[in-house]
Design a protein around this ligand. Sequence first.
Ligand code: SME
Length: 158
Amino acid sequence: MQHLSLEIGLSKEEKYQALLPQMSALLAGETDVIANQANFIAALQEVFHWWWLGFYFVKENELVLGPFQGPVACTRIQKGKGVCGTAWFKNQPILVPDVEAFPGHIACSAYSKSEIVIPIHNNVGEVIGVLDADSEYLNHFDEIDKRYLQELLKCLFP
Ligand code: SME
């Protein structure tokens, strides 16, 4: 059983930097995809404690809920719908400082106030899913989260 080790009092960027090698080590010893996806989410949540964090994966031209931590969530999202479906459709990360101001946002939880969605690609650049983080605070995610979440995802989807 491995445990994450992070000093207290670190900035957000320092937390990500401390997490990166530990995430890589955590996933390296296991080949099962679902086990690694589940631990990826758990490790991030152990550090950041966001309201909701999870994967959606493209299956038969819909996004279908994958491993996550947080309250129960919508199981299927259409391409172009909500923040997740839009990040898939546009094939780009989306930062939403205020979900009320995002047209078509899908409110899985009334407590979610801001959100970041990062597309995940296969080795020919197609979107195979997204990572979605939701916060109960407005304006909670920024370019630092975008950069490091993309970096962390490389541990799972090299
Ligand atoms: N808010 C997302 C839906 C997924 S959940 O919040 C877990 C969206 O608009 O795509």
